[in-house]
Design a protein around this ligand. Sequence first.
Ligand code: BGP
Length: 458
Amino acid sequence: MGFPDTFLWGASTSAYQVEGANKEDGKGLSVQDVKKVPEGTSQVDVCADEYHRYKEDIALYAKMGFKAYRFSVSWCRILPDGKGTINQKGIDHYKDVIDECLKYNIEPIVSMFHFDMPYELEKLGGWNNRESIDWFYEYARILFENYGPKVKYWATIVEQNTLALAGSVIFDKKEETIKEKYIANHNMLVAQAKVIKLCHDMCPHAMIGSDPNIAYVYPATCNPDDIIAAQKFNAIRNWLYLDLAVYGKYNAIVLGYLKEQDALFDICDEDYEILRNGKPDYIGLNYYNTATAKVYEGKEKVIQKDQQNGMREEGLYESVYNPYLYKSEFGWEIDPIGFRVTIHELESRYHLPILVTENGIGGYDTLEDGCVHDSYRIEYYRKHIEQMKLAVEEGCNVIGYLPWSAIDLLSTHNGISKRYGFIYVDRDEFDLRTMDRICKDSFYWYKKVIETNGEDLS
Ligand code: BGP
């Protein structure tokens, strides 16, 4: 009973949100470096300054007892233009980060792409350009060649579904038709499958997966229309990505949807072949909350504020608040039981190991006499880990837990004010103060959880 001894406890970050140094040591610009940041929030030039302070930060992760650390590589630190000339300083940097993790027996879990398309490639159409498959493949080859012998866990594309469904809230994406959106999505999936196959060939000792943001969708009522709305939303938001990754097949509901929207595009047999040959070894699960859907008959356009809230499509579904759940300070619903529901669903649909690659709560933390009392975060994690443990005891193959985030970093659109870390960074939106690291109450709590392999959650 309980978690296996090999369970990978740790946490996550992503390059553009944690590193800073966005124009240093030969790094090229990504779409994140050129976007217009939301009013009142800082630029991505400093973030938590982990680029310069990774040794200090990884030492703190080791002190917390991490068995694994999931971070992403910035594509344009390795290839400033996204393709062509390699930046040796970028290669060396991540070599050092990986070695620093290994020094403390922390498994580096390396994501290749987390929302930061090189700007030079975005100018060529980004994922909409079919050549993106080759760009990503070559970038991945360079990563496997340089880091392959030392890395046991790789992730391809983080939250591809967020990019497809809410891309315009993640960076300044040009307006797309539904068809264009799903062509880009298809290119990402084919690129991913080719890279998975390459990883299996070049790094046979490693496991590779993708990390979608899965929010299981409940029907708002037991009205059969709402059930259908929830099924459609589930297919479009969640299963499309995993059905293609794991089975190499388009979900039938999604194909029907694309047809209705006049957004079907040609898919060649070769793509299906590639998809079938690039099956992931695990499913990375980014879980923040569930969604709830009812049928939507209106015609209003969606005003989507972030990746978790406000989705609707005419005649299909509308995302509504769930009256049984409470919300975080930033309006995100909190649903620990939904975490277990989602794990059950993934287990029974895909029969692959599940690595929880993100889960967490953002809030306004304050420093009081040198301490940060984030009891709300401890409560959030306690309830989620309890449910994950039940899922494991019910037979689900969960192999690790890497909550978001290891340290305070920039949120996708609420700057540094929406904090997620176990470690507080002493800065605010525009005043960089000392940038000192201060362990929050949750740091000590999580250390005890790891020490006891998830037994002591008090
Ligand atoms: C996920 C992203 C992360 C992270 C997290 C929290 O969707 O993968 O990059 O930011 O959400 O979201 P936010 O920063 O919007 O609060």
